[in-house]
Write a new protein. Structure first.
Length: 267
């Protein structure tokens, strides 16, 4: 028995030592949810089908235990979601083809809140990125770039968030919210090697866009976009990680996205 006890003690000590040497998969820190819930208030494009949740069963079964099951339906592009490159670029990655490595990694926030307070049709410029770099250094290869316009504070009020609460094709002309200027999208793709881009509005192109040039420029390079992100106001400019995992819809041009940021503790 004594020999067995010693053997178990040795195994326990050895296991603890190995565990202590093994690096943490995720750094200790604060987790920020960057996704809105999907419900009847979820913001969708004026021409898109809204989210619907229908009850199949909810209650006590004839065998005496509780059971619930539902079915849902919605357009791909609404709420917190991903735009896969194929959305505006033929032959580029569908949702299920985007490499997972491209959907997670170090991230930054480029804050243009003040500009957007003065102009709800503000277009984020190359200078906005260069000003960020003057404070923080060059945008590193493999970065996920998040654009903070401040419009998240309006979600899910469609009138304040989108510029109109109307529905249908005619409402598209009345959309007013900030987005990325096309030549700034070109600058990013030609001069920096980013993994993905995201923002707290309904589209990477601003509301009044009719040609969606920023989408087309980014997606031609297989750079996906995260739209309708939540809680960007809780993130620092740099020094955090993002994990953005969409529903794996085979052949999909987009889909619901569960996104989190990890802000490591400062040592």
């Amino acid at each position: 028995m004594k020999a067995l006890s010693l053997l178990l003690s040795f195994a326990l000590v050895t296991g603890l030592a190995v565990a202590q040497r093994r690096p943490n998969i995720f750094p200790p820190g604060r987790i920020v949810d960057l996704s809105y819930p999907f419900d009847s208030a979820t913001v969708y494009w004026p021409t898109a089908q809204s989210f619907q949740l229908e009850k199949d069963f909810e209650g006590i079964t004839d065998k005496g235990y509780f059971y619930s099951a539902y079915k849902y339906s919605a357009a791909e592009h609404g709420g917190t979601h991903i735009d896969a490159p194929v959305h505006f670029a033929k032959g580029r990655n569908t949702v299920d083809e985007i490499p997972l490595e491209q959907l997670m990694g170090r991230a930054i926030v480029v804050d243009v809140t003040k500009q957007c307070e003065a102009n709800r049709d503000y277009l984020i410029t190359e200078d906005d990125f260069k000003n960020w770099e003057q404070r923080n250094g060059r945008i590193a290869t493999g970065t996920i770039v998040l654009l903070r316009t401040g419009f998240g504070k309006f979600y899910p009020d469609r009138k304040r968030y989108l510029g109109t609460n109307e529905r249908g094709a005619a409402a598209v002309a009345n959309l007013h919210f900030p987005g990325l200027r096309p030549d700034a999208a070109r600058w990013l793709t030609e001069n920096r090697k980013i993994k993905a881009i995201g923002l707290d509005t309904a589209s990477i192109d601003y509301g009044q866009s009719t040609l969606f040039e920023s989408h087309r420029t980014l997606f031609a390079r297989n750079i996906p976009a995260f739209e309708n992100l939540a809680n960007l106001d809780k993130l620092p400019e740099t020094g955090f990680f993002v994990i953005a995992l969409p529903m794996k819809i085979k052949g999909g041009s987009g889909g619901p996205l569960r996104t989190v940021a990890i802000i490591p503790d400062r040592k």
